[in-house]
Design a protein around this ligand. Structure first.
Ligand code: NAP
Length: 325
């Protein structure tokens, strides 16, 4: 008998067809109030769940007593109550690797856009305010040869280091739980404590997950260690940063600029001061958002879900303990 899968993310026609072949599918088209009500109605018979950008907490999971597997269309799993899923023996999978290069591209786009003030100066041209050759008031800062600081030297951090080292001749320094000898060998990267990195990097880039340990990791104390020429880039999760302290550092110019793809609250509040700061480049959480990568992520999630529902171990299992359950 086919299992019941609830999707809260629309998939491409080929992937939908594949799922329909192997499961009874309920599609929740959007996560507005009506969609959430539909989701709550579908959960009691759901054995599989697939989607992203929804907080799946114990209260919601309790509506799904037959749930066997959850496939997240993301690498970050901060939206899931992993302990509770594990306790119930529900397999959680994610989509690492397929989004690594694209997310690193986004990181580098933010590095270039902030350093060369691309958005601010494009807006100036569009507004018809390019009236004479620009002078020092509008100069940016170099990227090539500057020190790239990476906090969280995992898959995406490494892809960023590769771009900086080979593409832009940047010395790379990094901070992670543990030193990474292979990365040091390949990109000449050097390990630093967090305070050392904040003091020494020209670009401070966050590429770590949101966990209980990293929530609020970068706050007023950390921004104070950076200098007035430092550019701060966040492509990890908004809550790793104390956003009020970031806004203060940008307004006081204790740091030069910020390139932000993620925010404490998403979508970003319309009255956020970040929207009015010239030294901010803000993108709407587009880290992995290309046609090719989003399709690859969805394919990966479907593979993971169907494997788990067939009683096998999905390739990208997050909660190993649930498998042994
Ligand atoms: P990953 O391979 O697991 O790398 C994360 C790295 O962070 C690990 O190497 C880990 O270090 C390090 N880390 C974790 N906690 C730390 C701490 N407290 N202090 C220092 N380092 C710490 O993950 P990934 O695939 O690179 O993805 C990283 C994150 O990027 C995801 O979790 C997600 O939140 C975010 N992301 C965002 C977007 C976007 O759209 N903006 C897209 C994709 C991913 P050790 O190896 O030493 O343990």
């Amino acid at each position: 008998m086919k299992k019941h899968v609830v999707l809260y993310k629309k998939l491409s026609a080929p992937l939908m067809a594949r799922l329909h072949e192997q499961a009874n599918v309920t599609l929740i088209e959007s996560l507005d109030e009506g969609g959430l009500a539909q989701l709550r109605d579908a959960l009691p018979s759901a054995q599989g769940l697939l989607g992203a950008s929804l907080r799946l907490d114990a209260k919601l999971l309790d509506l799904a007593p037959h749930l066997e597997a959850v496939a997240s269309v993301s690498v970050g799993v901060d939206n899931y109550d992993i302990d509770y899923l594990t306790q119930r023996g529900i397999l959680l999978s994610n989509t690492p690797d397929v989004l690594t290069e694209t997310t690193a591209d986004t990181g580098f786009a933010l590095i270039l856009a902030t350093a060369r003030r691309l958005v601010e100066l494009t807006n100036m041209v569009r507004a018809g305010n390019w009236n004479q050759n620009i002078g020092p008031l509008h100069f940016g800062s170099d990227v090539h040869g500057k020190t790239l600081g990476i906090i969280g030297m995992g898959r995406i951090g490494e892809a960023l280091a590769q771009r900086g080292h080979f593409g832009f001749g940047m010395p790379v320094i990094y901070h992670s739980h543990s030193p990474k000898p292979l990365v040091e060998q390949r990109f000449g990267a050097q390990y630093r404590s967090l305070p050392q990195l904040l003091e020494q990097a020209d670009f401070v880039c966050l590429t770590l997950p949101l966990t209980a340990e990293t929530q609020g990791l970068i706050g007023a104390k950390e921004f104070a260690l950076m200098g007035p020429k430092t550019i701060f880039i966040n492509i990890s999760r908004g809550k790793v940063v104390d956003e009020a302290a970031l806004i203060d550092a940008l307004q006081q110019r204790t740091i030069r600029a910020a390139g932000l793809d993620v925010f404490e609250r998403e979508p970003l509040n319309h009255d956020s001061p970040l929207l009015h700061l010239n030294n901010v480049v803000a993108t709407p959480h587009i880290g992995s958002a290309t046609h090719e990568t989003r399709e690859a992520m969805a394919r990966c999630a479907v593979d993971n879900l169907l494997t788990a529902l067939a009683g096998e171990r999905p390739k990208n299992l997050v909660n190993e303990a649930a498998w042994k359950h």
